[in-house]
Each structure stands twice: as structure tokens, then as C-alpha cells.
Ligand binder design. Structure first.
Ligand SMILES: Cc1cc2nc3c(=O)[nH]c(=O)nc-3n(C[C@H](O)[C@H](O)[C@H](O)COP(=O)(O)OP(=O)(O)OC[C@H]3O[C@@H](n4cnc5c(N)ncnc54)[C@H](O)[C@@H]3O)c2cc1C
Ligand code: SF4
Length: 403
């Protein structure tokens, strides 16, 4: 990962309350040797001090030392985190790329059967969806709309402009089978907001990881969506579990709901598994995306291992574990790590792209986003997506090179 050219990743230097909880969880589960600080794309100079580009040999923008406010999930307000506008987009602009922001691509038409002569791309403003559509011509196209964006567009285009796309399009969609559990501490001194959003990771076993996630002070909107954590896969069991929890722990439930600063007092646990199951996405005639199970066990909102870790954390922080009410009431699992749908293969009957991310049956067309990932990597996927995209682009000849 450290070889990535344009990310600017470091191991972060801070050990806060969340990291200590992970170490204690590691100790109690005999996994203390499997605790790691995370590598993150954040500038850790003198807190709050702006310096000229410390990451990209002077070619990047100025940066400000991280103040450890815990706000990375919501976007860094301090110019410390390397978001795309501070690395790839900034560097591309410096090389002459024009960035046309806030536009949605709605069509990509090859100018001949295989796109040898290029493509016509249609886009419209995301702010005025009924406004004018703009068309441009391009020699090459890279799809990078994320799984939901790229799948919505390509599954629609497979029925018209791009009908030579592989019939495996939409297959192999997966998540990290995550569980997201918030443990609210009743200790008035508890402050889980200090530090970067995800500062450490604990490997539970070879297929499972746990990360402490934080939100900055005052970002407690999520509390409105929390419900008691219950141990059942069935609707009746979940509802019964919720009623029992509310009756047996009324004070704890009320305290967790009305705690003074929810995000400061709540440690979010992000649990991930690399055990695989896949969905198939399709493009229904009414628009958007539909999904159904393709292979393996359906992802579930109830995970006994994640719940056991949350109960241990409750004891460590003197707190109460809660989950999103869509999990308790409806049994719908939550994911922030959706992957697949345009997977790699040896040929078009195995995948949508080859091992250099080139789309089968089209010239000068690549897919470089989460939809290219052909396995459940079991951890947060951004760096894997970035590494594979950099690799794919490294095979594209330089514009000045001789054929
Ligand atoms: C709350 C949250 C926290 C996360 N935290 C982490 C983390 O700490 N570490 C980690 O590794 N991963 C994290 N992830 C996952 C990570 O953000 C994603 O896996 C990653 O961003 C996916 O990259 P991508 O390039 O596939 O797509 P995206 O980053 O989603 O980029 C796709 C872009 O394309 C645009 N787009 C879509 N369709 C179109 C279209 N038709 N025309 C034009 N533009 C379009 C979208 O608006 C978007 O800007 C998190 C995800 C969430 C939701
Ligand atoms: S903790 Fe995150 S949001 Fe806060 S300054 Fe550091 S990088 Fe930015």
C-alpha cells in the first residue's frame, strides 16, 4: 500500500480511548498481538499549522497538521486528510485535465461497434435533472462511478448503447458482511471523539476484523435511528427481544437515547468478515437497481460474534450497545463496503473486465472502482480500489510513447 503513488499514507501517531478499547478487547480475547494502528492518508504535522505540500514532492496543495478532531467520516474541515481533491484530482488538474463537477453521465455510445473511433458521452447537471443534456466526444472512457453508480449506468446501457458488455454484468456483488454497533458509555469522562476516525484494527481471526469508528463531538444525529441490539434472525424474535430489552433495561435505554453528546460518548464498532456470499444486480424497467441472492448465505443483521464483542465492549466502557433500527425492526443489514458487479475474468464469459481492467469487447474502455473487485477482501476497501486502479492505469501507454 505504501507504494501507492498519489495517496500520501502514514501510520497515525495517536493512541486514544478507542485504540485502548481495541487493545483491551485484544487482551481479553487473547488477540493482543493482532492489534494494529491504521495507515491513513492524513498529514500529521504540527496540529493546525499549514505547510506547503509535504506529500507529493511539492506538486500537491498545502496541508495543515491534523488536529485529531475525529471528523474524518464527515469530511475534514482542517485541510489535513488527503481527499481526492487534494491528491488525484489536484494532480490531474495540474497536468491539464479539466474537471467538470456535479454532472451525471447518462449515456456512453461507441462511435463504431467496438469504440475504435471513440465514444460520445452524454451528461446532465445533478442539480437540474430536467435541464439540458451535454454531449462530448472522447477517445477513451474510464467508468469510476462506484458500484451503485457504475452498475446503474452499465446495466441500463447494456440494453442499448453498450449491448456487447459481458452477460456477467451485475454478478458477484458483495459486501464485507459488516455489523455496525454503537456502544454508548455512561461514564461522564468518556470521550471517543478524539483522534482520527478509524485509528486501529483488531484481527479477530483470519476471516474477521474489528475497527473502532468515531464521529466528532456534536454529531449525534444517528441517535435518532438507534434501537436495542437483539439476538435473532426472525421478525418475531427481534421484536420480542426489543420489547424484553426495553422492559428490563428502561433506564439504560433512556440514558443512551438522551445522553448529553451521543457521538462523544459512543464508540462505534465496525465488524467485518471475509466469508463470501454474492448478490446479483439487475436493472428493472422502473429504473434504479434490483438485487437478489446469487451464491452463499444471505447477509444478516444478526451476527453472534460481533454481538459478543459488543457485549465485552459494554463491560469495558460501562455502556449499552445499540444498532440501527432498520436492523432490529426489519432485519436489514447495513454496509458501507459494497463491491463487485463488473468483476475481472479471463474472458467475457467469466467477467466484465480483464486483469488490466479493460472492458471486454470494447476498445479504450476501463472500469476502475469498487465494482471491479472480485472477492470479499474483509476490510475497508478504498486502498485496494485505489491500488488496482493505479495498476490498471500503469498499463496505459504514455501519450508521447511510440506504438
Ligand atoms: C460512511 C462511509 C465510510 C467509509 N469509510 C471507509 C474507510 O474508512 N476506509 C475505506 O477504505 N473505505 C471506507 N468506505 C468505503 C469507501 O468509501 C468506498 O469503498 C469507496 O469510496 C468506493 O470507491 P469507488 O471509487 O468505487 O466509488 P466512490 O468513491 O463512491 O466514487 C464514485 C463517484 O462517482 C460518482 N458517480 C456515480 N455515478 C455517476 C454518473 N453516472 N456520472 C457521474 N458521476 C457518477 C459518485 O457521485 C461518486 O462521486 C466508507 C464508505 C462509507 C459510505
Ligand atoms: S481527525 Fe480527521 S477530520 Fe480531524 S483534522 Fe484530522 S484528518 Fe481532519
Amino acid at each position: 500500500m505504501r507504494q501507492l503513488k498519489n495517496v500520501g499514507a502514514n501510520t497515525h501517531p495517536y493512541t486514544g480511548k478507542s485504540e485502548k478499547i481495541m487493545m483491551e478487547l485484544g487482551r481479553q480475547t487473547d488477540r493482543e498481538d493482532h492489534f494494529l494502528k491504521t495507515d491513513v492518508a492524513v498529514y500529521f504535522g504540527k496540529p493546525g499549522e499549514e505547510v506547503s505540500d509535504p506529500c507529493f514532492d511539492g506538486k500537491g496543495p498545502s496541508r495543515t497538521g491534523c488536529v485529531l478532531c475525529g471528523g474524518c467520516m464527515l469530511g475534514c474541515r482542517y485541510n489535513s486528510k488527503n481527499t481526492l481533491d487534494k491528491n488525484y484530482l489536484f494532480l490531474a488538474q495540474g497536468l491539464g485535465a479539466e474537471i467538470i463537477a456535479e454532472q451525471e453521465v447518462t449515456d456512453v455510445k461507441p462511435l463504431d461497434q467496438e469504440g475504435k473511433n471513440g465514444y460520445e458521452i452524454t451528461y446532465k447537471s445533478t442539480f437540474s435533472p430536467f435541464g439540458k443534456k451535454t454531449k462530448v466526444k472522447a477517445k477513451a472512457v474510464v467508468f469510476a462511478g462506484g458500484v451503485l453508480g457504475t452498475m446503474s449506468l452499465l446495466l441500463k446501457l447494456k440494453n442499448n448503447s453498450l449491448n456487447r458488455l459481458s452477460s456477467t454484468l451485475g454478478l458477484g456483488v458483495r459486501t464485507n458482511s459488516e455489523s455496525l454497533i454503537g456502544v454508548t458509555s455512561f461514564d461522564k469522562k468518556a470521550n471517543f471523539s478524539e483522534g482520527i476516525a478509524i485509528g486501529s484494527i483488531l484481527e479477530i481471526d483470519e476471516n474477521r476484523h474489528l475497527e473502532p469508528v468515531k464521529y466528532p463531538e456534536g454529531s449525534g444525529f444517528w441517535r435518532l435511528f438507534m434501537a436495542p441490539m437483539v439476538s435473532s434472525n426472525h421478525a418475531v424474535g427481534r421484536l420480542a427481544g426489543m420489547v424484553v430489552d426495553l422492559i428490563t433495561h428502561p433506564v439504560k435505554n433512556l440514558k443512551a437515547l438522551f445522553i448529553d453528546d451521543w457521538s462523544k460518548r459512543t464508540q462505534i464498532l465496525l465488524y467485518m468478515e471475509s466469508i463470501d456470499s454474492t448478490l446479483r444486480f439487475a436493472s428493472p424497467f422502473w429504473g434504479g437497481l434490483s438485487s437478489k441472492m446469487e451464491k452463499g448465505k444471505a447477509p444478516s443483521a444478526y451476527n453472534p460474534i460481533a454481538q459478543e464483542l459488543a457485549k465485552t465492549t459494554e463491560a469495558i466502557v460501562n455502556g449499552k450497545a445499540m444498532v440501527l433500527n432498520t436492523e432490529t425492526l426489519l432485519g436489514i443489514p447495513t454496509t458501507a463496503h459494497i463491491l463487485g458487479g463488473a468483476c475481472m475474468g479471463k474472458n467475457e464469459s467469466e467477467g466484465v473486465i480483464d486483469d488490466k481492467n479493460r472492458v471486454f469487447n470494447y476498445k479504450n474502455m476501463w472500469i476502475c472502482d469498487g465494482s471491479m473487485i472480485s472477492a470479499n477482501i474483509g476490510v475497508n476497501p478504498s486502498l485496494t480500489i485505489t491500488a488496482l486502479s493505479e495498476r490498471a492505469m500503469s498499463f496505459v501507454p504514455d501519450k508521447n510513447s511510440k506504438p
